[in-house]
Design a protein around this ligand. Structure first.
Ligand SMILES: [Zn+2]
Length: 121
């Protein structure tokens, strides 16, 4: 085997390992919690396992947040650009929905402590 070939295989293996680690880091969605903050102050923390509709008082406009099947979205907002609404559902920790005019940020964070029964289902 040529040294060149060996290097190529090594690079592919390392790239695959980095990809795998990236997915392993990004994918645990089941235990995410939504932290909603208004004007950089934490307003509420919601469990994504509990479906529901929540009214949020933004800085300028009221908005409605929906949790369904472990995902969250900005169901409706009175803001002019509607970027937050168009973001749609998010479900992975690290993802966020931002409503700039209303200063509302919905961030998904990993929940403390694994819920084993959720994994076993
Ligand atoms: Zn918005």
């Amino acid at each position: 085997m040529h040294t060149k070939d060996f290097l190529l295989i090594l690079i592919i293996v390392i790239a695959a390992a980095i990809l795998w680690l990236g997915f392993a880091f990004l994918s645990p969605a089941e235990n995410a919690a939504a932290v909603i903050s208004v004007d950089s102050k934490q307003a509420i923390k919601l469990d994504l396992q509990k479906d529901g509709i929540y009214e949020i008082k933004g800085m300028l406009y009221p908005c409605t947040v929906e949790i369904k099947n472990g995902r969250i979205r900005m169901e409706s907002s009175q803001c002019p650009d509607k970027i937050c609404e168009h973001t749609g559902f998010i479900s992975h920790s690290g993802q966020s929905i931002v409503c700039l005019p209303n200063r509302v940020i919905i961030e998904l964070q990993k929940q403390e402590g694994l819920q084993l029964d959720a994994v076993l289902q």
